[in-house]
Design a binder for this molecule. Structure first.
Ligand SMILES: [Zn+2]
Ligand SMILES: [Zn+2]
Length: 124
């Protein structure tokens, strides 16, 4: 589905938005799942997520606040499912691959600063 300019502006304006919003949104659930499609719209501080839910027929289309996190965890690897609670289909760690997201410039700077700190802390 394609976001409108208003929806993109809304997602970009969230506090400390975590990633760049792309107009073309792809469903993150297992192919062939029942119910509406679902994709992460934005992560923001403190601890919030906006999910996009839609159906291909002209019915449902909404941006919805955090739905609760799925608490499934891949054994041994401590990899958490990234989908909301009660999602249909398989967990995100069982799907082919997660969708890559581009962090916003603000987050990118924070990530780089954190990595630089780790490097400086290494004993020589
Ligand atoms: Zn879907
Ligand atoms: Zn899950």
């Amino acid at each position: 589905m394609t976001l409108t300019a208003d929806e993109i502006a809304h997602l970009e304006a969230l506090p400390e938005a975590a990633h760049e919003v792309e107009a073309e949104v792809l469903c993150e659930l297992e192919a062939g799942h029942p119910g509406p499609h679902l994709a992460l719209g934005q992560g923001f501080q403190p601890d919030g997520e906006i999910w996009i839910r839609w159906t291909s027929a002209a019915g449902l289309r909404e941006l919805t606040a955090t739905l609760g996190q799925c608490d499934a965890e891949r054994p041994a690897e401590e990899e958490l499912c990234e989908l909301p609670a009660h999602h249909p289909g398989r967990h995100s760690f069982d799907l082919e691959e997660g969708r890559g997201r581009t962090p916003t410039a603000q987050w990118q700077a924070q990530i780089e600063a954190a990595l630089a700190r780790i490097e400086n802390d290494q004993p020589r």
